[in-house]
Design a protein around this ligand. Structure first.
Ligand code: FES
Ligand code: FES
Length: 161
């Protein structure tokens, strides 16, 4: 076993890990942060997305050791003081959550997008979510929750009919 030190959701964290463990397994299995979901384990679905130094990463393919000294953010870190983050509320209000399995990964990817682009277009949201699979919603409500419209902007910046 080796000791991994990282900054996790704003706090210094130490955890004993096996050298070959993935970050996903350390988060879920050792730190009991089960908000980050496991699905394909092949980097294809995005369910396991977390932020490392602000960038979305598939934690199922990320060696936990590589997170040493880095800033890791999971879905558990989004709500503060018992209050959901605005993005979380927007997804709920837009009915963009059905089974919810993809939602933690979506939230992390979208959190990174909104930090860089606070008012993204529908196309930018769809591009950002290219690596996040949702089998329930058809994506429309998710895009609408973030971009305000699922439709591409027409002339004058208004949503096309
Ligand atoms: S479980 Fe990591 S990308 Fe699917
Ligand atoms: S809400 Fe079910 S997979 Fe996205």
């Amino acid at each position: 076993m080796i000791e991994l030190r990282l900054q996790l959701n704003g706090r210094d964290e130490r955890v004993a890990i096996e050298p070959a463990e993935t970050l996903l397994d350390v988060l879920r299995g050792r730190l009991r942060l089960t908000g980050t979901k496991e699905s394909c384990r092949e980097g294809e679905c995005g369910a396991c997305t977390v932020l490392i130094d602000g960038q979305p990463v598939a934690s199922c393919l990320y060696a936990a050791q590589a997170a040493a000294g880095r800033r890791v953010e999971t879905v558990e870190g989004l709500a503060a003081g018992g209050e959901l983050a605005p993005l979380q509320r927007r997804l709920i209000e837009a009915a963009a959550v059905q089974c919810g399995y993809c939602t933690p990964g979506m939230l992390m990817t979208l959190t990174a997008l909104l930090r860089e682009q606070p008012e993204p277009t529908a196309a930018q949201v769809r591009e950002a979510l290219a690596g996040n699979v949702c089998r329930c919603t058809g994506y429309a409500q998710i895009v609408e929750a973030v971009a305000g419209s699922v439709l591409p902007a027409g002339p004058c910046g208004r949503a096309a009919p």
